[in-house]
Design a protein around this ligand. Structure first.
Ligand code: PLP
Length: 384
């Protein structure tokens, strides 16, 4: 019997948690439309509102400030295109200049539009606060998107400090918190953001469902990004994706109880990186000295091209990634590593290993054994 595959690409997507699957199945059997007032409709509404409360609890917010979407991509588009009202002490929609950090996910960069300006980062991938301050001083108020944690390197930004800078300049800060649940504590009020957004499939929920969460009931989308029947307090039309939302709510409940899993991931990732250093003493582990997600290692071994390595890993039963899944398949240097000023060798060789609560050391050992074989093959080819 073939050995089970080692799935080490949790930042791309996660297995659906059994609790989320169970919640999806219950919702699937729920006949009603949450907008209907009869008994069936009220049963569906109860599922929807339970999930909303669970999601709000995950981020330390209130249920009434959650807007469900089809994922983080839609959330970012809604925020940039519809704009915010009630933020920055204003009661009217703010027409703001779009600004993004240079290491945002491609979905957020695209949502900000062609006119967006880019805030540079340092070699560790941390936002350059002096550059941000200077850019904010240059024009009118800006809507700035800065992610909480990067999907490729795992680097965690100091969002409360960045929010302070953006707000001092009269801007609004929206935060892509997609990679945080189950790995980082999340408290929307402590972050100081004007909105955060999430995607269920990154923390054990189903694909194709996400949410925007606002810090208070005054802040909301200035208009519906998707017009329709007034659902989601008029901010997102269309009958709600009840099954997806139910799964997201259940996954949120699980992600809140993350302490034990986090400790395990810290231990596993540490062991993995120790082995990696022994196996390839010239390995570059990116952003190792700054705050990183506990589950992510982005590394490059000199002379090992990521595209070929990914195929070799796959043949050895190991799923890893080079940069974000959305950009792999295209032979293009990661914009994240480019923004960090990484040399060409690192950009061409960067491999991301991302683990999750059910990863065991055997999975990582398989990855290390495959890497060892690849390094040996490279040495033989070089010698020939
Ligand atoms: N932001 C980050 C940091 C991500 O990792 C992803 C998915 O890869 C997204 C946004 C987009 O999420 P979705 O494709 O679920 O809309």
């Amino acid at each position: 019997m073939a050995a089970p595959r080692a799935y080490l690409d949790w930042n791309a997507t996660t297995p659906v948690h059994p609790a989320a699957k169970a919640a999806v199945l219950v919702a699937l059997d729920c006949l009603g439309n949450p907008s209907s007032i009869h008994t069936e409709g009220r049963a569906a509404r109860a599922i929807l509102e339970t999930a909303r409360a669970d999601l709000a609890a995950l981020v330390g917010g209130e249920a009434e400030n959650v807007v469900f979407t089809s994922g983080a991509t839609e959330a970012a588009n809604a925020l940039f295109r519809a704009g915010l009202s009630g933020c920055c002490g204003k009661d009217i929609a703010c027409a703001m200049r779009p600004m993004v950090s240079a290491v945002e996910h491609a979905a957020v960069i695209a949502a900000a539009g062609v006119g967006a300006s880019f805030v540079q980062v340092d070699a560790n991938g941390l936002v350059d606060t002096a550059a941000l301050t200077a850019m904010l001083a240059e024009g009118g108020p800006a809507m700035v998107a800065i992610q909480l944690a990067n999907n490729e390197t795992g680097v965690v930004q100091d969002i409360p400090a960045l929010a302070g800078i953006v707000h001092a300049a009269g801007g609004a800060l929206i935060v892509d918190a997609v990679q945080a649940p189950g790995k980082l504590p999340l408290d929307i009020k402590a972050l100081g953001a004007d909105a955060i957004f999430l995607s269920a499939h990154k923390f054990g929920g189903p694909k194709g469902v996400g949410a925007i969460v606002f810090p208070d009931s005054r802040t909301r989308l200035a208009e519906a990004f998707i017009g329709g029947g007034g659902q989601e307090r008029g901010q997102r039309g269309g009958t709600e994706n009840l099954t997806g939302i139910a799964g997201m709510g259940a996954a949120a409940r699980v992600a809140r109880e993350m302490d034990e899993a986090v400790q395990r991931m810290i231990q596993l990732r540490g062991e993995f990186e120790n082995h990696l250093n022994r196996l390839a003493p010239d390995v570059a582990i990116l952003s190792q000295r700054v705050s990183r997600l506990v589950n992510t290692t982005c590394f490059a071994v000199p002379g090992l091209a990521a595209e070929r390595a990914l195929i070799a890993f796959d043949l050895d039963g190991v799923a890893v990634s080079s940069g974000s899944a959305c950009s792999s398949g295209k032979v293009k240097a990661s914009h994240v590593l480019t923004a960090m000023g990484m040399p060409d060798g690192v950009k061409a060789g960067a491999i991301r290993v991302s683990i999750g609560p059910t990863t065991v050391f055997d999975d990582l050992e398989r990855c290390l054994n495959s890497l060892a074989r690849q390094i040996q093959r490279r040495a033989k080819t070089k010698a020939a």
